[in-house]
Design a protein around this ligand. Structure first.
Ligand code: HEC
Length: 107
C-alpha cells in the first residue's frame, strides 16, 4: 500500500506540470516576432493594438521603458495584475519580444 501511494504522487505532480505547459507553451526560439505571436498576440493582437472591449491595452503604445517592459513580461507587476508573467523566458527571449514590440510602436 505504501509503495502504491508513493508512486502516485510523482505521477500526479508530472500531470499537473504538463497541464501548465500546455497553456503556456515553451520554445527555445529567439525570434521576436515568433515569440510575440506565441505569447502576446492572443491578447494584444498581432499589431499590438490590444482589445479595448476586453480591457486589454494597446501594448504598442505603452509609455513604459524598454527595461520596464522586460521586467513586466518576465516578472509581472502588482500594479498590472491582469497581465500574465512569462517566468520561463530567457533574457534573450524577453529582449527579442520587447525589441519586436517596440518595432510596432505608435505614440
Ligand atoms: C492573457 C492576456 C495577455 C497576454 C497573453 C499578454 N498580455 Fe500584456 N497585458 C494584458 C492586460 C490585461 C494588461 C493590462 C494589465 C493591467 O492593467 O492590469 C496588459 C498590459 C501590458 C503592457 C502595459 C501596457 C501599458 O502601458 O499599460 C505591456 C507593455 C504588455 N502588456 C506587453 C505584453 C507582452 C510583450 C506580452 C507577451 C509576452 C503580453 N503583454 C501578453 C494582457 C495580456
Amino acid at each position: 500500500m505504501i509503495t502504491t501511494r508513493s508512486a502516485f504522487f510523482p505521477i500526479l505532480f508530472t500531470l499537473l506540470l504538463s497541464g501548465c505547459s500546455d497553456s503556456d507553451p515553451e520554445t527555445s526560439s529567439t525570434d521576436g516576432k515568433e515569440l510575440y505571436s506565441l505569447y502576446c498576440e492572443a491578447c494584444h493582437k498581432s499589431n499590438g493594438s490590444g482589445k479595448f472591449l476586453e480591457g486589454i491595452p494597446a501594448n504598442r503604445s505603452t509609455r513604459l521603458s524598454y527595461n520596464q517592459v522586460v521586467a513586466l513580461v518576465r516578472k509581472g507587476d502588482p500594479a498590472r495584475p491582469d497581465m500574465p508573467a512569462f517566468v520561463h523566458l530567457t533574457d534573450k527571449q524577453a529582449d527579442a519580444i520587447v525589441d519586436y514590440l517596440f518595432s510596432l510602436r505608435i505614440y
